[in-house]
Design a protein around this ligand. Structure first.
Ligand SMILES: C[S@@+](CC[C@H](N)C(=O)[O-])C[C@H]1O[C@@H](n2cnc3c(N)ncnc32)[C@H](O)[C@@H]1O
Length: 241
């Protein structure tokens, strides 16, 4: 199932983008589609700000944000910031749930991907091979707790239009929300890759929204391959969901 593509992004171009990033992402096609479509929709709608992915692994979803812009606008109009430890996932904690512990202990599982470890140099080489240059993207290597404060300082008054969270665990998700959700533009999107996948991610989202008394509605992606919310402080029209 594919929802209607935003203006300028055809089903054919979406399929081409997905095929190009397939080696570099573990996200299912529908999640890549949503990332690309939301990139174009937000920019076309004039929602200000850059695009950020926290937890890139090999960078495929960030590449989809770049390729979608190139396909529709002819060039990258909003830079993409990629954040990752490039040292894999931290150990799962109790709040991450039994499945997270099981996944991290089954090191011979084909989906383990060496605990999602990839080098920054490999990601840089793969983005460069797609034809993108620094300035169109920025890579922030290191643990989120260390890289988020300088990123927030670097952004200054520049908001975030699309924040893609893909750090899997409770602490990783919460630290990103605390530092970056306040920078998301009104009507911007927070995309939560792991909302259905991992208990810790879901707990972090609920805890953060509840602690901030936010009424943002969490919406599911097709086939529950992720979730998102729009940063809308209050429901001000009955027809807008
Ligand atoms: C499931 S992978 C991301 C998948 C990727 N977005 C894709 O499209 O395939 C999760 C990534 O989050 C990163 N990560 C998790 N917690 C982190 C933290 N606290 N600081 C930095 N990176 C973290 C891991 O290194 C890993 O690469």
């Amino acid at each position: 199932m594919m929802t209607a593509t935003p203006a300028g992004l055809t089903p054919e171009s979406l399929a081409a983008i997905t095929a190009r990033v397939r080696p570099f992402t573990m996200a299912p096609d529908l999640a890549v589609h949503f990332t690309a479509m939301e990139t174009v929709r937000l920019i076309t709608a004039g929602i200000p700000g850059v695009l950020v992915e926290c937890g890139t692994w090999r960078g495929g979803c960030s590449m989809a944000m770049l390729l979608a812009q190139q396909a529709v606008f002819g060039h990258v109009v909003r830079p993409v910031h990629l954040l990752d430890s490039f040292a894999g996932l931290p150990p799962a904690a109790d709040r991450d749930g039994p499945l997270a512990h099981q996944w991290q202990s089954e090191t011979d599982n084909p989906g383990y991907h060496d605990n999602c470890t990839v080098s920054k140099e490999q990601v840089l080489a793969d983005i460069t091979a797609l034809g993108f240059s620094e300035g169109e993207y920025f890579i922030h290597p290191g643990w989120f707790a260390d890289t988020l404060p300088p990123l927030a300082a670097q952004l200054g008054e520049t908001p975030i239009a699309l924040l893609r969270l893909d750090g899997d665990w409770y602490d990783s998700t919460l630290v990103c929300l605390r530092h970056l959700e306040p920078l998301v533009a009104v009507e911007g999107t927070v995309l939560i890759d792991d909302y259905y996948a991992w208990d810790g991610c879901a707990r972090a989202i609920h805890d953060y929204l509840s602690a901030g008394d936010h009424a943002y509605r969490i919406k599911s992606l097709a086939e529950f391959c992720g979730a998102y919310f729009t940063k809308r402080a209050a429901r001000d029209a009955f027809e807008i969901v």
